[in-house]
Design a protein around this ligand. Structure first.
Ligand code: HAM
Length: 426
């Protein structure tokens, strides 16, 4: 197939074999968030480019090199959203959702776009479920976000495979003081820095902390530490968060080098990481962004949130063999009919069963076929039972009920008794 008739590199079809696991995952997260009082918001996939530049930061990797930006027919510069927080803040501001100090606990789901180098767990179109909370400034809500993700990992059977990394970036003033000290220290040793880090020294020095270059890391051993520059308020906030995690029995690791790749964070930042997926091991990440709403033209409004990568979590569930057996089965009953009179009766019977058994997953054979071929399709569908209706059954107003997943005998069941018979078995 010619290249331009194929999917774009890093943008994947999610095939019917995979969608049951996606729906299972999404359903689990949605009902968990319902249970904690979060409400869903849906934002557009495209926004003005300026929105992302202003919120994520001009000198971040995302804005500098990863955005899908284009001019639309009006000459406006638009961008496919690389993440959800910016648009969520925009929507909250635009609709006054956090006005007058009103609390908002929101979540969203959908595709995000970043022009990164594709590899396992890293795609150019990927999917996130994100959560954002507005107008709660204490560490209790930071803890709630972590507690609910911890519960989710438990529900999904992946808790043992993930570790929580935690850090505090302090207020923007504290960070500015630290930045100065770090720049002083590194500038005096600039010749030992890698090229990327040297460039960042002027633009975004904190990102040097998570450089992968060994010599740069060696240089950082004696560098000033962010923790020593934390302001009192951030320090108290961080202690409050740690105390709550201890109380909830959630293990964590303090990672003083965790700075995150987006500029809007202050105070708490965290990542859930796994070593089971190779290089792309962060499955969920977030933090506090108390200055962002104001920076985007609103009143001072504390905010905190996170986003998880659906592809990575689905991959982790598969890797750990935690795909529940029942989600593989999408059909309960497969109804086979032979000859037009039986087909007509089967259609009516199928509709009656759907009325009687809400939620029933029944597949009616379409396209005819021999007894053998219909039963083969029934088996392949994953159904528990094949229902068989031929001339003989039609005349006697029964169906053959053939178990497909065990060796028990086929039984003839009267149409009138069928719903009751099935209700006890499915
Ligand atoms: P982020 O760390 O850029 O944060 O992304 C969050 C998660 O999305 C990552 O931990 C990862 O699981 C997934 N992810 C990111 N990029 C890719 C990719 N190219 N392919 C596959 N998965 C990916 C944010 O987006 C922030 N908006 C999170 C947040 C919300 N902070 C506060 N509120």
């Amino acid at each position: 197939m010619s290249k331009t008739l194929q999917a774009i590199r890093g943008m994947n079809d999610i095939l019917p074999e995979q969608t049951p696991l996606w729906r299972y995952f999404e359903g689990r997260v949605a009902s968990l968030l319902d249970g904690y009082g979060y409400r869903q918001i849906r934002m557009p996939i495209v926004e003005f480019t300026e929105l992302f530049k202003r919120s994520i930061g001009e000198v971040t990797d995302i804005v500098e090199k990863e955005m899908y930006t284009f001019e639309d027919r009006n000459g406006d510069s638009l961008t496919l959203r690389p993440e959800g927080t910016a648009a969520c803040v925009r929507a909250v501001l635009e609709h006054g959702l956090a006005g007058g100090g009103q609390t908002q606990k929101l979540w969203y789901i959908g595709p995000m776009f970043r022009h990164e180098r594709p590899q396992k767990g890293r795609y150019r179109q990927f999917h996130q479920i994100g959560v954002e909370v507005f107008n709660i400034d204490g560490p209790d809500i930071d803890a709630e976000l972590i507690v609910l993700t911890w519960r989710l990992w438990g529900l999904l059977g992946i808790r043992d495979a993930v570790t929580l990394e935690l850090n505090s970036l302090g207020t923007s003033e504290a960070r500015a003081r630290y930045r100065e000290a770090l720049v002083d220290y590194l500038s005096a040793r600039a010749e030992r820095l890698d090229e990327d880090s040297r460039r960042r020294l002027a633009s975004n020095p904190l990102r040097i902390l998570d450089s992968k270059v060994a010599e740069t890391q060696a240089l950082l051993v004696d560098a000033p530490k962010l923790a020593d520059y934390l302001d009192e308020e951030s320090r108290v906030h961080f202690e409050g968060l740690k105390a709550r995690l201890d109380a909830a029995g959630i293990p964590y690791v303090i990672n003083p080098k965790l700075v995150r790749g987006l500029d809007y964070y202050s105070k708490t930042v965290f990542e859930w990481v796994t070593d089971k997926l190779g290089a792309q091991g962060t499955v969920c990440a977030g933090g506090r962004y108390d200055g962002l709403v104001e920076q985007m033209g609103g009143k001072p409004t504390p905010g905190v949130g996170f986003a998880m990568g659906i592809e990575r979590l689905v991959l982790l569930i598969e890797t750990l063999d935690q795909v529940p057996a029942e989600i593989a089965r999408q059909v309960d009953l497969y109804l086979c009919a032979f000859g037009e009179p039986a087909e007509l009766a089967a259609l009516a019977l199928a509709e009656r069963l759907r009325d009687q058994l809400p939620g029933l997953r029944l597949q009616l054979n379409a396209g005819g076929g021999s007894f053998k071929s219909q039963l083969k399709k029934a088996d392949k569908s994953g159904a528990l039972y094949a229902l068989v209706m031929g001339e003989d059954e039609l005349a006697r107003q029964v169906v053959g009920c053939k178990p497909l997943r065990d060796d028990s005998e086929q039984q003839n069941i009267a149409w009138a008794a069928l719903a009751e018979h099935l209700a006890a078995r499915i």
